[in-house]
Design a protein around this ligand. Structure first.
Ligand code: AMP
Ligand code: MG
Length: 487
């Protein structure tokens, strides 16, 4: 266990120099205070969780103090936003403070979001509000606990600094951790600004540090792109299987590591709705729940375009062709497991599709359906769930197929089935209304609810005594909360 001043820095991205990022000091927030910290994320830096409560912790993560070895930098990138190319973006309100390596030899970028203006702030104020910082914190840690690759969050620091959005709010900072903050948009930036040398430097950097095993392949860059395609297919399969809607899948928000990244108006589905749009500003539904799958491929094509200086178009096309079949295989594998199946049959995809269609038409709670399905043996479980469906005949037909399928699947005890299913079907997810409750309390100075919710979501598969209220469908007020993009 380390104290805060014992972190070891090795700022590899900063060393790439001024063509890649600009030195900027964080602008401190007034009266910083700890809102919430993640012990699991602290452990990634070998930090003793007790240090979160010390005043210097809040000072370090609100811009008041800096390690001597930190080198705060704003990174430059660009990206396709809602399908159109924006030639220059960059860290408009976040800073890469430096890279820390832990005792296991892993590197973690420390990225402070809401740290003030940078050369890339455009019209923005460089700030993040408490509400959006709490949402990013809760989502990153909750996704990780569900087994969905994500950037992590160490803490949220609140303040008294006024920040104007639709109304006056308070500024906050969230400390994000990821092995790299390189986005698809980094490659696009150097490609479209026609800087081949820097683009090659960036590609070498990412290859050497994050895809070293691809070095051994005959075409290392192609191997790396293939791996990126595979990771995206798997990540998006997990989003779809667990009902996560990212909301702003612009290429500047897509991590080169294939992890969920840059949280805005994201949401987890309550009722199953394939057409759900969580981003209030996404009028066309470009990033609707079901569109996430083709958009994943669209984004990879945008990256592929930026990699044409290194890889032949034919090879890129072939690698892109892996995306859909891989996505489908991962998705089906997860959905089989969510249904409690241990074997594969040809018609399983249809079984899943029929169920989702029935759910869609009945407004069935996506998370609780699967959890309850695993509570009991199949026949009993479907009999209890039947009342949630509008199309009873349709559900009965599906239930018949499902029971027969379970029968063919194998001979296991009630206990085995429950254990296996509960290990993949969470009881607790980050419902928008739960986040909203925690935010409302935090905005009035009470951080206990954010901390409790974080705690509950860190063990989503484990039933926790006294936490029944976190495993409920939303009340009427919490069903269709509109999450604004301004954060
Ligand atoms: P996002 O939609 O949050 O991923 O942000 C898109 C771009 O806008 C990124 O370059 C951000 O750094 C920038 N940005 C977002 N909010 C602000 C803000 N309040 N101040 C400055 N830049 C911002
Ligand atoms: Mg972004």
């Amino acid at each position: 266990m380390k104290a805060l001043d014992e972190l070891t820095f090795d700022n590899r991205f900063a060393r790439l120099g001024d063509a890649f990022s600009t030195h900027v000091l964080p602008e401190p927030l007034d009266e910083p205070r700890l809102v919430v910290a993640s012990n699991a994320a602290m452990a990634l830096l070998d930090l003793d969780p007790a240090v979160a409560e010390t005043p210097v912790f809040a000072e370090l993560f609100s811009g008041h103090k800096l390690w001597a070895e930190a080198e705060p930098r704003a990174m430059v990138y660009s990206g396709h936003q809602f399908g159109g190319y924006t030639p220059q973006l960059g860290d408009g309100r976040g800073l890469l403070l430096g890279e820390v390596y832990n005792e296991a030899g892993e590197h973690w970028d420390l990225h402070l979001k809401g740290a003030g203006m940078t050369p890339y702030s455009r019209m923005g104020d460089g700030r993040a509000v408490l509400r959006s910082s709490i949402r990013e914190f809760l989502a990153s840690e909750a996704l990780h606990a569900l087994g969905i690759p994500s950037s992590r969050a160490l803490c949220v620091i609140g303040s008294s600094t006024p920040v104007w959005r639709e109304k006056q709010e308070r500024g906050a900072m969230v400390l994000r951790l990821a092995p790299s903050h390189v986005r698809f948009g980094h490659f696009e930036y150097f490609y479209y600004t026609k800087k081949p040398e820097q683009q090659a430097e960036l590609a070498e950097h990412v290859l050497n540090l994050h895809y070293p095993e691809c070095r051994e392949q005959p075409e290392p860059y192609l191997a790396m792109f293939r791996e990126i395609v595979e990771r995206n297919a798997e990540m998006i399969a997990k989003w779809q299987a667990y009902g996560f809607c990212h909301g702003v899948m612009n290429t500047d928000n897509m991590s080169i590591l294939g992890i969920t990244f840059d949280f805005g108006p994201f949401a987890f589905l309550d009722d199953f709705d394939a057409h759900f749009i969580c981003n209030h500003s996404d009028h066309e539904g470009r990033y609707s729940f079901s569109n996430q799958v083709p958009i994943g491929q669209w984004n990879l094509s945008a990256l592929a375009q930026a990699l044409t200086p290194f890889i032949s178009v034919d090879a890129l096309k072939e690698a892109l062709g892996l995306y859909l079949p891989l996505y489908q295989a991962h998705y089906l594998d997860l959905m089989r497991r969510r249904l409690g199946l241990t074997t594969a049959e040809d018609d399983d995809q249809k079984l899943v599709e029929r169920l989702l269609k029935l759910m869609q038409n009945s407004g069935v709670d996506y998370t609780l359906f699967f959890r309850r399905l695993g509570d009991e043996p199949a026949a009993l479980a479907v009999a209890k769930l039947r009342d949630d469906f509008v199309d009873l005949a349709g559900f009965d037909a599906w239930a018949g197929l499902y029971k027969a399928r379970v029968e063919r699947d194998g001979d296991y005890s009630e206990e085995q089935r429950r254990e296996r299913m509960h290990a993949v079907n969470p009881l607790y997810i980050l419902r928008n209304y739960l986040a909203q409750n925690a935010i409302a309390a935090a905005e009035s100075g009470d951080y206990s609810e954010v901390r409790r919710l974080h705690e509950v979501l860190s063990k989503p598969f484990e039933e926790q005594a006294g936490m029944e209220q976190y495993a409920q469908r939303p009340p009427d007020w919490g069903k269709h909360l509109e999450i604004s993009c301004s954060s």
